[in-house]
Design a protein around this ligand. Structure first.
Ligand code: NAP
Length: 542
């Protein structure tokens, strides 16, 4: 028998980004009543928070989308290869409008606590305003790169001007003619700096670890390209589901860099230098698996970077050194003019790793061991507490009063990133130990698994879904086993968020399944076909 205990709503979801929208669609389809809370004043998740100048997708737009409606895929047209945040945000409004999702969404509502109630098998959700709401299923759609990391720098609260994280861009901030500092030089800064530099008085980047920076090579949509995409959307979506990173790429290509003669290898590298992460996947199959191949790719990228950086001293700071760490141990940024922007008179680079570390932030700027810099605005482009941060920012309490933050103190285990033992009737979209992939593809596969799991349970007359400890141990062991075989396991050498190594006083850990998103999606489908053996179903009398 299904749970007769009354709750306010069947499912409560936190987050109205891609995950929230996908969950509304699939959970509603499964016959559930759904309520989505979001602390932001608009839907969009990442695309509402990350409004810094230059913010845009690094996946090509035509497959950075939800695929549940063929009609909507045909109806929407992207204006360029990588849509700017405004366009992606408009797309999300389009989905919400077309699918009548707004009645499910409550904005300006921060969830502070989610508590599992063992006697009824239900969840009690509490918001910052003290509103309380009960549900049978609690689902996180809070995003895997959404909780900002704010570094602790001496004097940070003394600065006289605006100082903020890149994902909290102040509305209407006027930076024209201003002296702007950016602390951090990851994917965010690579997008933001060249755009800021066009209007700001000057921009100074405080730089630590070099990145492998790949060119984006933006281009506008053309009628021919659009027709080609729309004529082939089924294949494109299928391609994403069968790709190791969930992208619509033509790979594997069936050849390895290490087996290819030098001249031919360079030719293939060169011919495929057409922008996006495609280059990593559509040249050779061994770049992320074989250290020698990875070094070959690294060297090619470094040379390409150096060709575009005018000043050799700047190049020394920006470009990694082959062997320092493998390509993809840190997520490579995509560049829309970042390297060239260092040729501008109003752009400066400060090497805080090897030359002049930051000592403190002062009332008027930033003091390093060598200089006193004056600024009007300081931007912290210092990244995110990936995968677990947003979940840990809410007090989520499972059985025996254990919180998720406590459970994940030293390791962050889950079952396929979709549920966690000790937290019945709770589901996560792209939780820890899911793959890192084209997010809408992964999100949709997770939402399908969650909706099918609930449908199966309720169809069988049950009301309680308990993730099994042994399934979690098994999945985590598998994720770790795969992780040590990849080159991404060196992320802890270079503070990579992919291992949680970017967080102070936090043990690096295996956060990502690198066995391939395609393999992972297949595992989700197999789990579904086998009746969800990773969880046990039961009934609670009510
Ligand atoms: P990030 O890649 O983690 O980079 C953070 C930067 O801040 C690094 O350069 C880091 O230096 C520096 N940093 C951190 N703490 C510091 C401190 N205390 N003092 C000085 N420097 C410090 O963060 P992000 O650039 O925001 O990008 C994070 C991820 O978000 C990306 O990898 C990507 O997955 C996603 N993202 C996606 C898009 C897109 O798809 N459109 C755009 C932007 C971001 P170290 O490297 O030395 O630690």
């Amino acid at each position: 028998m299904t749970n007769k205990i009354k709750t306010d709503v069947d499912a409560i979801v936190i987050g109205s980004g891609f995950a929230g929208l996908a969950l509304i669609h699939y959970l509603r389809d499964a016959g559930l009543s759904v309520k989505v809370f979001d602390k932001a004043s608009d839907i969009g998740g990442t695309w509402t928070w990350n409004r810094y100048p230059g913010a845009m997708t690094d996946s090509e737009g035509y497959y950075y989308c939800l695929a549940f409606s063929k009609e909507l895929l045909q109806k929407w047209t992207w204006s360029q290869r990588y849509p700017a945040w405004e366009e992606t945000h408009r797309y999300m409004h389009f989905i919400a409008d077309e699918c009548d999702m707004w009645p499910h969404i409550q904005l300006n509502t921060a969830v502070t606590n989610a508590e599992y109630r063992e006697d009824s098998g239900t969840w009690l959700i509490t918001t910052a305003d003290g509103e309380q709401c009960t549900c049978k299923y609690f689902v996180s759609g809070m995003g895997m790169i959404s909780e900002p990391v704010i570094p602790k720098i001496k004097g940070m609260d003394t600065f006289n001007g605006p100082l903020f994280h890149s994902a909290r861009w102040p509305e209407g901030l006027d930076y024209a003619g201003k002296r702007v500092a950016i602390i951090g030089a990851g994917a965010t800064t690579v997008q933001m700096m060249p755009v800021l530099a066009e209007t700001a008085g000057n921009v100074t980047v405080f730089h630590r670890t070099p990145n492998f920076i790949l060119p984006a090579m933006q281009k506008p949509m053309t009628p021919e390209w659009e027709k080609d995409i729309k004529d082939n959307y089924d294949d494109i979506i299928e391609k994403c589901r069968n790709h190791v990173f969930g992208m619509a790429f033509d790979s594997p290509v069936g050849r390895n860099a290490v087996d290819t003669p030098e001249e031919e290898r360079q030719k293939i590298f060169e011919e495929n230098w057409t922008g996006s992460f495609r280059w990593v996947f559509e040249t050779f199959d061994d770049l992320l698996a074989d250290p020698a191949a990875n070094d070959m790719a690294s060297e090619f990228i470094i040379n390409k970077m150096k060709e575009r950086i005018e000043d050799p001293e700047i190049a020394k700071i920006l470009a990694p050194v082959v062997g320092e760490y493998p390509l993809f141990a840190k997520r490579p940024p995509l560049d829309h003019g970042y390297l060239e922007a260092y040729s501008r008179d109003n752009v400066n680079l400060v090497d805080i790793r090897n030359r002049e570390p930051i000592v403190e932030i002062t009332e008027t700027g930033i003091r390093t061991t060598e200089n006193d810099f004056e600024f009007d605005i300081i931007i912290l482009a210092t990244g995110f507490r990936a995968y677990t941060g947003a979940l840990e920012a809410v007090t989520i309490t499972g059985v025996n009063g254990q919180t998720l933050a406590d459970k994940w103190e030293t390791t962050s285990k889950s079952i396929m990133g979709v549920c966690v033992s000790g937290f019945p009737n709770m589901f996560t979209v792209t939780g820890p130990q899911a793959p890192f992939a084209n997010l809408p593809t992964s999100i949709e596969q997770n939402a399908i698994w969650i909706a099918n799991c609930i449908k199966k349970m309720e169809g069988d007359g049950h009301s309680l879904c308990t993730p099994k400890q042994e399934a979690e141990d098994e999945w985590s062991a598998h994720v770790s086993e795969v992780h040590v075989q990849t080159l991404m396991n060196q992320g802890d050498k270079v503070n990579s968020w992919m291992m949680g190594a970017n967080i102070e006083n936090h043990e690096p850990r295996v956060l990502i399944y690198f066995g391939g998103a395609d393999v992972y999606y297949q595992k989700l489908r197999e789990s579904s076909d086998a009746g969800f053996p990773e969880v046990s179903f039961a009934s609670i009398a009510g």
